[in-house]
Design a protein around this ligand. Structure first.
Ligand SMILES: [Zn+2]
Ligand SMILES: [Zn+2]
Length: 366
């Protein structure tokens, strides 16, 4: 026969108390009934001790933004005391700057007791401000400029697009880690793109990636732009990235042989030698790199129809634009087993037709 609960006289269960009295004395959690929250009116970031916490949802989406704000603030405000605690948020009243919610907590105040439910009404008051990042952005703050140019040609539209995408992706990946990770402006100039970037760190990440992916030439310049509060000189960096004259699928000469660029990236260039009909790679450290010469853009390639392809005879090809028939040595196509009627691509260079690798031959297909 258990001793009676010393508060109400019912049979006691834990520490001389009945379950109800024990639960009453040991709430499942602690939370302030009035919680204040400062959010950035531009990006929705939440002010937290020591700075601002960025949010994942888009500020245009009011419902998920508010849910995220509430969960950020409750994560901080709720102090869990019970075991196996689960908290459900029930909105009871919503005004522009005030949100009334009921927190329904379920859990155990002691392992020997059954789970029970408690309710905590909370009022959340919203205030609006401008976070550090948005403040700097609207003030035009930028530590770095990246200029994308190309050697003796304008930067192509597809290059501009993929470099802009890359810059956006890297910026997004720095959200929440680098408060100056923003691009205040992208200038599309006659020669290429200029990025105005909040943080030098982000600018360097973008530049590293463009340099590696496009085998770009890189030059850096510092310009004194003023002084910090502590008197230290403040510099802005300009990173110039010059893309090579050639890009993917273009024709170049390497050590005198006509080649097609099949791919470019960290490892260097993946090329196809149209004379020896072999794949090879070459990187800027290679001694042959200096021998590279741009020959023609990929648009110089033409389509030909195979007219005749008999064993040991020159192959006859018909230019699909001029309908002229030309001959190429069968040796160059021997392994490729091309039937009459097939369409192949080729490039005319110094009087010879060089057949491009067929798609099955290409090892680097996008
Ligand atoms: Zn009791
Ligand atoms: Zn903001």
């Amino acid at each position: 026969m258990p001793a009676p609960c010393y508060l109400c006289g019912a049979p006691s269960v834990v520490d001389g108390l009945c379950a109800d009295c024990y639960n009453e004395e040991h709430p499942l959690m602690k939370v302030d009934p009035l919680v204040r929250l400062v959010v950035c009116k531009r990006c929705g970031a939440v002010k937290v001790p020591g700075g601002w916490q960025t949010i994942k949802s888009s500020p245009e989406d009011k419902v998920t933004t508010r849910e995220e704000h509430v969960s950020i603030v409750l994560d901080r405000e709720i102090e869990a005391l019970g075991n196996d605690l689960e908290v459900t948020i029930v909105e009871t009243n919503k005004l522009d700057r005030v949100l009334h919610i009921n927190l329904v907590a379920r859990g155990k105040s002691h392992d020997d007791l059954a789970p029970h439910t408690e309710e905590y009404p909370v009022e959340i008051r919203f205030d609006y401000g401008t976070c550090d990042t948005c403040g700097m952005m609207s003030g035009g703050y930028h530590e770095a400029i990246i200029q994308i140019r190309a050697d003796e040609r304008p930067v192509s539209e597809s290059e501009e697009e993929s470099i802009a995408d890359l810059a956006t992706d890297l910026t997004v990946s720095e959200y929440g880690r680098d408060e100056r990770a923003f691009i205040i402006e992208v200038d599309d100039t006659k020669f290429g793109l200029d990025f105005y970037i909040g943080s030098e760190h982000l600018a360097r990440r973008i530049a590293d990636e463009v340099e590696a992916r496009y085998l770009a030439e890189r030059k850096e310049n510092y310009k004194l732009i003023g002084q910090e509060k502590d008197g230290k000189e403040k510099f802005r960096i300009t990173i110039l990235l010059r893309l090579p004259r050639f890009s993917r699928d273009d024709f170049i000469q390497v050590s005198g042989n006509l080649c097609q660029v099949l791919d470019m990236g960290r490892g260097g260039l993946a090329c196809y030698d149209l004379v020896t009909r072999e794949h090879f790679t070459i990187n800027p450290k290679s001694s042959r790199w200096q021998s590279i010469q741009f020959i023609a853009p990929n648009s110089a390639a033409k389509e030909f129809m195979v007219v005749a392809n008999a064993y040991d005879q020159p192959i006859q090809l018909m230019d699909q634009e001029s309908f002229q028939v030309v001959e190429v040595e069968s040796a160059v196509l021997k392994s490729e087993d091309i039937q009459p009627g097939a369409i192949v691509k080729g490039i005319e260079y110094e009087g010879d037709i060089h057949i491009l690798p067929s798609s099955t031959e290409e090892t680097n297909d996008s």
